[in-house]
Design a protein around this ligand. Structure first.
Ligand SMILES: Cc1cc2nc3c(=O)[nH]c(=O)nc-3n(C[C@H](O)[C@H](O)[C@H](O)COP(=O)(O)OP(=O)(O)OC[C@H]3O[C@@H](n4cnc5c(N)ncnc54)[C@H](O)[C@@H]3O)c2cc1C
Length: 392
C-alpha cells in the first residue's frame, strides 16, 4: 500500500478524503452539535444521529468496498474520529467498537463469514461491538472465564461480560470465550465467536458512567446461549486473542484520535474565552499564566495529532504498529486529560457549570486512559517493542 505523509490509503484519494471530511463536518454541525448537550445530560441513546450515521456510511467506514463499506484507511478514519470527538465523543464510540468487530471478521474470518456479515455491518443494519472484559478480567484477558463448549453444530456459551459498548442497542457482538484445551498455553485457549442476540443472551443491566454518556454500556449474561459453529471467527479454535489484539491496533489509533478531538475542542474553547473574559482591565489571554497554559495546550494538540497520523500511516502501509499506536494512544489521551482540565481552569466557575461543554470534556477524557488497554499497559507495550526492535 502507498504510504508517506501526503498520501492517503490506496482506496481513497486526497480529493475523496476531503469530500468525506466535509460531509462529516456538515453532519456534525447540523445533526450532532445542536443536540449533543441535551442528549448527553439525559444519557439518552442518540437514535436520530445513528440513523444519519447509517446514511453517511460511517458504520462501514473501514470495511472494504467489496463488502459495501467505504474502505477508508486509518489515516482518514482517524481524522473523522477526531472531528466527531471534538463535538461529542460518545458518537465515535457507536461506530468504533462496531468497526473493531468488523475488522476482526474482515481480517480473520472465513469468506462465508465475510459475505454473511460484512455487508450488513457496513450499512449499520447489524450493529455491535466487542465483548472481552469480564467482572474479574480486563487488562489480563487470559483470565477470562466465559466458556464456549462444542455441542454438535453449536458452541454453548456460559459466562458474564461487563463494560460492553453498544451491547444494549446492538444486535451482535464478537465475544471472546475459552474453548478450552487444558494443556494449551492460556492464550491459545481462547476463541472469538460472532454472537447474535437470542435465547440465553441477555443484558443484565445498563451501567451508569461518569462520562461517555448516551452510548449504551452494558453488563451481559450468557446462559447456555447456542452459537452455530460457523460463527467461530476463522473457523479454527484458539486464535481469538490474536484476532482481537490485531483489531486493537486500529482501536488504539481511534482512541488516540478521540484524544486529539477532546484536546483540540478544549484548546479552541480556551482560546476563544480567554480573549473575551477580562480581569484587572485586560483579557485574561494577556496574563502570562494563561498564555503558558494556552501554549502547552496547543503543543499537546499538535504533538498528539502528528503521533496519530504517523501510527495511522504505518497501519495503512500494513506495518506492525503496536508501538506507534501505543505511543499515540498514551500521549493523546493524556493530552485530552490535561487540556480538558486546563480548559476548565481557564473558564473559572463557568468551566464547572453543567450548562456548557467544558465539564463534559473533563468527564469524557479519563475513559481514554482506560479503554483499549490502559495507559499503564501501553507503556509496557511500548517498552517491550523498544527492546525487541533494538537488541543489544
Ligand atoms: C466506558 C467504558 C467502555 C468500555 N467498553 C468496552 C467494550 O466495548 N468491550 C470490552 O471488552 N471492554 C470495554 N471496556 C472495558 C475496558 O477495556 C477495561 O476497563 C480495561 O481494559 C481495563 O480493565 P479493568 O477495568 O478490568 O482494569 P484492571 O485490568 O483490573 O486494571 C486495574 C489497574 O491495574 C493496572 N494494571 C493491570 N495490569 C497491570 C500490569 N501488568 N502492569 C501495570 N499496571 C497494570 C491497570 O492499568 C489499571 O490501572 C470499557 C470500559 C469503560 C470504562
Amino acid at each position: 500500500m502507498a504510504g508517506g505523509v501526503d498520501q492517503v490509503s490506496d482506496a481513497v484519494t486526497q480529493e475523496q478524503e476531503q469530500i468525506i471530511l466535509d460531509a462529516v463536518d456538515r453532519f456534525l454541525e447540523r445533526d450532532v452539535k445542536p443536540y449533543a448537550h441535551a442528549l448527553e445530560q439525559a444519557d439518552e441513546y442518540p437514535q436520530d444521529i445513528v440513523d444519519k450515521m447509517k446514511e453517511l456510511g460511517l458504520f462501514g467506514a473501514t470495511i472494504g468496498a467489496e463488502y459495501g463499506g467505504l474502505g477508508l484507511g486509518a489515516r482518514t478514519y482517524s481524522e473523522i474520529v477526531a472531528r466527531v470527538s471534538a463535538v461529542w465523543m460518545s458518537v465515535s464510540g457507536i461506530f468504533n467498537s462496531h468497526l473493531i468487530m468488523s475488522a476482526a471478521v474482515e481480517r480473520f474470518g472465513t469468506e462465508e463469514q465475510k459475505q454473511r456479515y460484512l455487508p450488513r455491518f457496513a450499512t449499520g443494519e447489524l450493529r455491535g461491538g466487542i465483548a472481552l472484559t469480564e467482572p474479574d478480567a480486563g487488562t489480563d484477558l487470559q483470565g477470562i472465564r466465559t466458556h464456549a463448549v462444542r455441542d454438535g453444530d453449536h458452541y454453548v456459551i456460559n459466562g458474564a461480560k461487563t463494560w460492553i459498548s453498544n451491547s444494549i442497542q446492538g444486535q451482535v457482538l464478537a465475544v471472546l470465550a475459552k474453548t478450552e484445551k487444558r494443556s494449551d498455553p492460556r492464550h491459545k485457549q481462547m476463541s472469538l465467536l460472532i454472537t447474535e442476540k437470542g435465547e440465553g443472551f441477555r443484558v443484565a443491566r445498563k451501567l451508569e458512567k461518569l462520562g461517555y454518556r448516551g452510548i449504551d454500556t452494558g453488563e451481559l449474561l450468557f446462559e447456555d446461549h447456542r452459537v452455530p459453529v460457523e460463527n467461530l471467527v476463522g473457523g479454527s479454535e484458539g486464535r481469538g486473542l490474536n484476532q482481537i489484539l490485531g483489531g486493537l491496533e486500529l482501536g488504539r489509533i481511534n482512541v488516540a484520535a478521540r484524544g486529539v478531538g477532546i484536546a483540540r475542542a478544549s484548546l479552541d474553547e480556551a482560546v476563544a474565552y480567554s480573549q473575551l473574559r477580562k480581569t484587572f482591565g485586560q483579557p485574561i489571554c494577556e496574563h502570562q499564566a494563561i498564555q503558558i497554559k494556552l501554549a502547552d495546550m496547543a503543543t499537546n494538540v499538535e504533538a498528539a495529532r502528528l503521533l496519530v497520523r504517523s501510527a495511522a500511516e504505518a497501519y495503512d502501509r500494513g506495518e506492525r504498529c503496536d508501538m506507534e499506536a501505543g505511543m499515540a494512544k498514551l500521549f493523546a489521551s493524556e493530552a485530552a486529560l490535561t487540556n480538558s482540565l486546563e480548559c476548565m481552569r481557564i473558564h473559572g466557575a463557568y468551566g464547572y457549570s453543567r450548562e456548557f461543554n467544558i465539564e463534559r470534556y473533563y468527564r469524557d477524557a479519563p475513559l481514554l486512559a482506560i479503554g483499549e488497554g490502559t495507559n499503564e499497559l501501553q507503556r509496557t507495550i511500548i517498552a517491550r517493542q523498544l527492546i525487541a526492535r533494538n537488541p543489544a
